[in-house]
Design a protein around this ligand. Structure first.
Ligand code: NAD
Length: 489
């Protein structure tokens, strides 16, 4: 399917509630605008609290009905079929994802490929969710049961829209819950299609509902809803705080994947060439709109100059362009508003005295003039107290900070309210492991730019979140543990 066909197919999108394609209760809609050209790609329902109520009722009915009576292995088989249907539609989903958020098509294909993998992993996990027996002191028999929570709310962001959805839908359904998925307003199209494909795969009506609409309205209603037992959220830290407050109303279980300001620590004994030529990817991929972006390069002073030179040269080679071109590595930002936000950070970096080595300006290529483009920016001599060193920019901007000792490097790396991920580059494995242990972050990569695996836990320390997604750990977010004691005394 071409991008234009994908867009045309998307124009008739509806929410998924109880297995039906649904308009919003009040008939309102909103537009999805592609950031490459600024044109409208689709019109989708602008849901509200009433639509969340309808979705909760449908999800509860599904939970009380067929879904909870299925054997775990049958649930697994259905999820495998869901994964296969997603695989069958990978190209269509990739085109939609690329179009709605301006993600380069290569990145979109990778992202959609992850969706099927996640569903397959959790399809296999359905039969591995179990309790344990415990040798308590009283004479008797003590055991635990792992049970689904019931109806769960899944609120996802726009940077990896369908992958973030899968990270939540996979374990939530594998554990036997039913769900209401709420995509971000920049990126509802792939989530809505995912809901349709779930039905096509044979998931019972109401197991996966998708409600679109403004974050504070639809997301707020999900977070506060008394019929929802758990909310899983990925997005900004400030939004996560609002969700926690709203969720307090019924003491809902909350898991949060929030922002980041991840360090990339480069020791002098590292393979500097390998670092400098591959690491632009670790911060500029997805146009820097990545919670794991290594946006602070903390480099040993003796190799500082060389790193700046090589990293800037590699950055200038990054291909910025039309997301539909398979050669493109960096597309536009998600919106013109987001570009203004990032440009304000570039200004603040300059005003506060960091040295802009390359980028930070709009491209001169006339073919990109209609889009929300910005050339990847590298700042040298960024001081740790500068705004660009402290705040999550969520755009193609990196800052370089030199250090003299290992202890200083770790102190700088940990000097952030965030603690999501980070990379360590060194040929001294002892030092790398010492640093990995000392970093207050949830996901650490040694001698590479990224290490997110479907099979391994992912999540943040400090203000980067609560709980761990992916791997078997994610199932803990979606289950209750019941302890049963049989008195044999
Ligand atoms: P956001 O917080 O603006 O929105 C995320 C989702 O929450 C959207 O669906 C939005 O509509 C909804 N929302 C907004 N306000 C709400 C409210 N008051 N109540 C309930 N829901 C509400 O985030 P974003 O701009 O879509 O995404 C970017 C952020 O996400 C960045 O901070 C990034 O670091 C973070 N992120 C984190 C991870 C991670 O795993 N830690 C992954 C991806 C993105």
């Amino acid at each position: 399917m071409s991008t234009d066909q994908a867009a045309a197919a998307a124009t008739s999108t509806r929410m998924i509630i109880g297995g039906d394609l649904a308009e919003s209760a009040d008939g309102r809609t909103f537009e999805v605008v592609e950031p490459h050209r600024g044109s409208v790609v689709a019109t989708v329902p602008q849901g509200g609290a009433e639509d969340v109520d309808r979705a909760v009722a449908a999800a509860q009915a599904a939970f009380d009905g067929e879904w909870s009576r299925l054997a775990a292995s049958d649930r697994g088989r259905l999820m495998l079929r869901f994964a296969q249907v997603v695989r069958d539609h990978e190209e269509e989903l990739s085109q939609l994802e690329s179009r709605q958020i301006g993600k380069p098509i290569g990145g979109a294909r990778w992202e959609v490929g992850q969706v099927a993998k996640v569903l397959e992993f959790y399809a296999g996990a359905t039969t591995k969710i179990h309790g344990s027996t415990i040798p308590v002191t009283r004479p008797g028999f003590d055991f635990t049961l792992r049970e689904p929570i019931g109806v769960v709310g899944l609120i996802v962001p726009w940077n990896f829209p369908i992958m973030m959805a899968a990270w939540k839908v996979g374990p939530a359904l594998a554990a036997g819950n039913t769900a209401i998925l709420k995509p971000a307003s920049y990126s509802p199209l792939t989530a809505l299609r995912l809901g349709e494909l779930a039905l096509e795969a044979g998931l019972p009506a109401g197991v996966l509902n998708v409600v679109t609409g403004p974050g504070p309205v639809v997301g707020g209603a999900i977070a506060a809803h008394p019929g929802i037992g758990k909310v899983a959220f990925t997005g900004e830290t400030a939004t996560g705080q609002e969700i926690m407050r709203a969720a307090a109303a019924n003491v809902k279980k909350v898991s949060l994947e929030l922002g980041g300001k991840s360090p990339n620590i480069v020791f002098a004994d590292a393979d500097i060439e390998a670092f400098a030529t591959t690491s632009p990817y670790s911060v500029f991929d997805n146009c820097g709109q990545d919670c794991c972006a290594r946006s602070r390069i903390i480099v040993e002073r003796s190799v500082h100059e060389k790193v700046v030179e090589l990293f800037a040269a590699a950055t200038e080679k990054v291909r910025v362009g039309d997301p539909s071109d398979p050669a493109t590595e960096v597309g536009p930002l998600v919106s013109f508003r987001q570009r203004e936000r990032v440009e304000a950070y570039v200004r603040s970096g300059r005003e506060e005295g960091a040295e802009l080595v390359t980028g930070g300006v709009r491209p001169t290529d006339p073919a990109l003039a209609q889009g929300a483009y910005l050339m990847p920016a590298v700042f040298d001599n960024m001081a740790p107290d500068m705004t660009i060193a402290r705040e999550e920019i969520f755009g193609p901007v990196v800052g370089i900070i030199p250090f003299d000792t290992e202890e200083e490097a770790l102190r700088l790396a940990n000097a952030s309210p965030y603690g999501l991920s980070g990379s360590i580059w060194s040929r001294d494995i002892g030092r790398a492991l010492r640093a990995a242990k000392a970093l207050k972050s949830g996901v650490i990569s040694v001698n590479c730019n990224n290490s997110v695996h479907v099979e391994a836990p992912f999540g943040g320390y400090k203000q980067s979140g609560i709980g761990r997604e992916l791997g078997m750990e994610a199932l803990e977010l979606y289950t209750e543990v019941k302890n049963v004691f049989v008195d044999l005394g």
